[in-house]
Design a binder for this molecule. Structure first.
Ligand SMILES: [Zn+2]
Length: 314
């Protein structure tokens, strides 16, 4: 039986709903622009939960965060999803994972989730938005409001079906030229059906508040990527999405992952959000770190550093 780890932040209980563990990339593959030798030398610093020393591969995770507040049952990002056609991304292609069974194991049916908040709309963050029913993609959480960025939505819609709108949206975002475009197909099977069902709430990101949560602008990894904070009784949880992909970036904060779309903005946002987390002494909930995926920022010999937090078994 899977053990589930929870964390308390003020009046909220926060639990990781695991989807897939990843240990297929070397530090060079995840961070192709980094200094290969320096990365390799530092990779083991955060323990075996973040690095496999024998195979010299980074350990990462894809999961969702379930946040139980007194008012709401919230999912922050929805991992990769089952049955999705991702032929160019073998890790995400045609998955068959017991994600909803894991949610059920801690007492929640899809009907119980009433808010889904998105840091951004990449494949590994929106997958369980929908599931396949009689050949159609339908919302997995029938009673939820799905909250995400209007700009992120418009850009992905343009990439998928209105390419003439891409340039003006990029100009408005002002992040410079992207390195690459996000994975195709995601908008059609995981975002569009939510809008068709009328379950979307599209927002302007910067500092928008949604019932105890705040969206903090952190663009770069994607066009309108956000970190999401929850504050209660003076304590702050910060769900920082893909601001960082592995604790190794604390030693090398200038390096982007191979998945970051707008390189300079991604670097700027990383510095901004790390500082924000440190200033607010936030408990940080990552989407791709291995181990518990949760930790605190501290000041170490090399600048900001990361210490994993241990939750309680639930
Ligand atoms: Zn991601």
């Amino acid at each position: 039986m899977t053990a589930y780890t929870s964390f308390w932040v003020g009046d909220a209980r926060i639990t990781k709903i695991p989807e897939i563990a990843i240990d297929t990339a070397t530090s060079q593959q995840l961070f192709p622009n980094g200094d290969a030798q320096a990365l390799e030398a530092d990779a083991g610093h955060w323990g075996d939960g973040s690095y496999d020393p024998e195979r010299r591969l980074l350990r990462q995770s894809i999961h969702a965060w379930l946040v139980e507040t007194p008012e709401h049952t919230v999912l922050i990002d929805t991992a990769t999803g089952n049955d999705k056609e991702r032929p160019t991304a073998p890790l995400f292609h045609q998955l068959d994972e017991p994600f909803l069974e894991r949610l059920q194991a801690i007492g929640f049916a899809p009907e119980n989730v009433d808010l889904v908040l998105h840091t951004h709309l990449h494949a590994d963050h929106v997958g369980w938005n929908t599931r396949l029913k009689n050949g159609q993609w339908v919302p997995t959480f029938p009673n939820a409001r799905y909250v995400f960025s209007e700009r992120e939505y418009a850009y992905n819609r343009a990439l998928s079906s209105a390419r003439e709108e891409i340039a003006p949206i990029r100009r408005q975002a002002g992040l410079g030229k992207p390195d690459h475009e996000p994975l195709p197909g995601v908008f059609a099977d995981s975002v569009s059906p939510i809008v068709d069902a009328g379950q979307d709430q599209r927002i302007d990101i910067d500092d928008t508040g949604i019932e105890g949560f705040r969206f903090l602008s952190a663009p770069g990894h994607s066009i309108d990527h956000a970190a999401i904070s929850y504050t209660s009784n003076g304590e702050t949880a910060l769900f920082w999405g893909d601001v960082m992909h592995h604790p190794l970036q604390f030693r090398h904060p200038e390096i982007n992952s191979v998945y970051c779309e707008f390189p300079q903005a991604a670097r700027d946002s990383r510095h901004k959000i790390i500082r924000h987390a440190a200033d607010h002494q936030a408990l940080v909930f990552t989407t791709h770190f291995g181990d518990t995926s949760v930790g605190k920022i501290s000041m170490g010999d090399h600048g900001f550093d990361w210490t994993f937090a241990q939750g309680v078994e639930s």
